[in-house]
Design a protein around this ligand. Structure first.
Ligand code: ATP
Ligand code: BTN
Length: 273
């Protein structure tokens, strides 16, 4: 059987040095993030390789942030996770979400004619006739070692590729797919190869000490917008204008009384005010 994203096809097409050079394809699994997480936790004595990619054609328990679901019909999308061992302080983990958002936004830009942006903190969106629609979501998970450094990180990426309008899920941020935006089917293999190359370049730039934050900040459509932030931890709601982000990617929101709030990605839901 000719499977578009199986090991042989992907390894023959890859343009990277180390990202995706260890690659596992599974026709269906609960979630690529969950599988990698289980692999890290199962101490076999053989460490998971930095840059390993697990990809599937269908997830029956695809996850977003805060136990939300990621839904994608069989064989239509890119659904994968990248395993990394960055030798970074844990506070710098947010750089990985920024790197992924930049790489996905650029790869998407190669195949659609519309503007492509980022909705803070973890969505890649396409502007179709004045409406920003979500084409991709990113899910970063990781663990810290005893020295406060990132022991490992799993970067989950979901992109709606050849999803028909009627197959898209109901969601607060309206969804779209590359098929809808481009007006024609898009090769998942070419998109994956291009995206992994961009991820590798952005990661290496960050390892060399250059923060992805300024470029990521320029992509954020959230800046200058009225926002409502509900903090999951304490139930508090902050309404204000998103003024920018700090070097760790926290959103800076000024409320009506002039107070500046620093909002971390982990514990909030962002909605237009
Ligand atoms: P959103 O504004 O989409 O809720 P968020 O970043 O606050 O963004 P997440 O925590 O990222 O939300 O949770 C994932 C959300 O994505 C789900 O609540 C769901 O509504 C939406 N979603 C699920 N599958 C898809 C998909 N294939 N395409 C677009 N959106 C999806
Ligand atoms: C979000 O929008 O909250 C993030 C969605 C992330 C979805 C991807 S699909 C591949 C990987 N496996 C998962 O279970 N989730 C991520």
């Amino acid at each position: 059987m000719n499977v578009e994203l199986a090991e042989t096809a992907v390894s023959a097409a890859l343009q990277t040095k180390w990202v995706g050079r260890t690659y596992r394809y599974l026709a269906q699994i609960p979630s690529t993030n969950t599988l990698l997480r289980e692999m890290v936790m199962t101490k076999t004595g053989v460490p998971l390789p930095h840059g390993m990619v697990v990809l599937t054609d269908y997830q029956h328990a695809g996850r977003g942030r805060m136990a939300r679901r990621w839904e994608a019909p069989h064989g239509t999308s890119l659904l994968f996770s990248l395993f990394l061992r960055p030798d970074w302080p844990a506070a710098q983990a947010t750089w990985l979400t920024m790197i992924a958002a930049l790489a996905v936004a650029e790869a998407v830009e190669q195949v659609v004619p519309q503007p492509v942006g980022v909705k803070w903190p973890n969505d890649v969106i396409i502007n179709e006739d004045g409406t920003w629609r979500k084409v991709s979501g990113l899910l970063l998970e990781g663990d810290m070692d005893e020295n406060g450094r990132l022991a490992w990180a799993i970067l989950g990426i979901g992109i709606n590729v050849n999803v028909l309008p009627e197959q898209l899920p109901e969601a607060v941020t309206p969804p779209t797919s590359l098929l809808m935006a481009a007006g024609h089917p898009v090769s998942r293999l070419s998109l994956l190869v291009d995206l992994l190359a961009r991820l590798e370049r952005y990661y290496e730039t960050a390892v060399n000490g250059q923060s992805p934050q300024p470029a990521w900040n320029r992509r954020l459509v959230t800046i200058g917008q009225p926002v409502m932030v509900s903090q999951v931890e304490n139930g508090k709601i902050v309404r204000g204008i998103a003024e920018g982000t700090d070097e760790w990617g926290q959103l800076l929101v000024r409320d009506g009384a002039g107070t500046l709030h620093q909002v971390a990605a982990g514990d909030v839901t962002l909605r237009p005010s």
